[in-house]
Design a protein around this ligand. Structure first.
Ligand SMILES: [Fe+2]
Length: 308
């Protein structure tokens, strides 16, 4: 079935069992079980070749994500910054989410920041060596600025830990629907998940965000997932079926054979349609300018050619 079509959109209608089953079976038969299956080696991420781009796009079409290894990559941050951008542009990613911690070039540096620092990133989990639980990016954003794609590029890896797990939201949808279609109804409700407003320096810097976990475009069939497994400052709809659905999703994320595990090394990265991901704790290198450093950019559009 060609993604990005009305036929694809019918998959998500609970009364269209046949269309769903056909898509589901096909999707599962191709779903990777090892991260190496979606890893593409690239000579120069600043200018990927036609074949390399096609390979990246193929993985993104089938699995909503691709990992890449920049064969000639080094740990020169400045060069990596400019090349990472060029790489994303190559896949139609131009509209960057305006993030409070981003540099003027639109990239956010994910690194450990001393919690006593006056730096704006200090005190937030991504900028520590602690684990980050399962989430999709921008789950607290309003609908108009949904994060539809994301890339992370590793400039320097941690000596120990810092493993990433990845899971395609379409597979999460399949597991939930197969278990109980009512889980899909519960997680598609417009008030399923509330993230309270965030206040800082005496003012609200981010409004309350209320919305579903799953939404899909009625015309293109593109699925969007909004999820966080954090336990504090979050309110789930207080009914039994939602609690059951979230519990089952957690079980899937802990045990599914299609959860991909990968430790990104220097020069490697991920480009994706905002898939579910997490991070394990790590031990950082404490020498100056030698600590773990990832660069991340979030985009308001899906990867071009993956159907939007
Ligand atoms: Fe993230």
């Amino acid at each position: 079935m060609k993604p990005g079509t009305k036929e694809q959109a019918a998959i998500y209608r609970l009364d269209r069992t046949e269309v769903y089953q056909h898509w589901r079976d096909d999707k599962l038969s191709h779903a990777p079980i090892d991260a190496s299956e979606i890893l593409v080696e690239i000579e120069d991420i600043g200018a990927p070749s036609q074949d390399e781009s096609a390979e990246i796009l193929r993985h993104c079409c089938h699995n909503n994500m691709a990992l890449y290894r920049y064969k000639n990559g080094d740990d020169d941050e400045q060069s990596a910054r400019s090349k990472a951008h060029a790489f994303a542009h190559h896949f139609g990613l131009h509209r960057v989410e305006q993030h409070r911690s981003m540099n003027p070039d639109g990239l956010v540096s994910i690194e450990v920041i001393n919690e006593n620092s006056s730096e704006g990133r200090a005190g937030f989990i991504p900028y520590t060596d602690k684990p980050i639980s399962w989430h999709t990016d921008g789950y607290y954003n309003p609908t108009a600025s949904r994060v539809k794609a994301m890339m992370m590029h590793c400039v320097r890896a941690a000596p120990e830990g810092g493993l990433t797990e990845l899971f395609d939201p379409e597979l999460a949808y399949i597991r939930l629907r197969d278990e109980n279609p009512d889980y899909i109804s519960a997680l598609s409700h417009r008030r399923t998940l509330t993230i309270p407003a965030f206040a800082e320096n005496g003012g609200v810097t981010r409004a309350q965000s209320v919305g579903p976990v799953f939404t899909w475009d009625r015309y293109t069939g593109n699925l969007h997932m909004r999820f966080t497994d954090r336990k504090r400052n979050i309110e789930w709809c207080k009914d039994e079926i939602t609690a059951e659905a979230v519990g089952f999703l957690r079980h899937v994320l802990e045990s599914d054979e299609h959860v991909l595990k990968y430790k990104m090394n220097a020069g490697e990265g991920i480009i994706c349609n905002n898939v579910l991901h997490n991070r394990s704790a790590f031990e950082d290198n404490n020498k100056p300018n030698a600590g773990r450093l990832l660069m991340r950019a979030r985009y308001l559009d899906r990867i071009e050619g993956t159907c939007d």
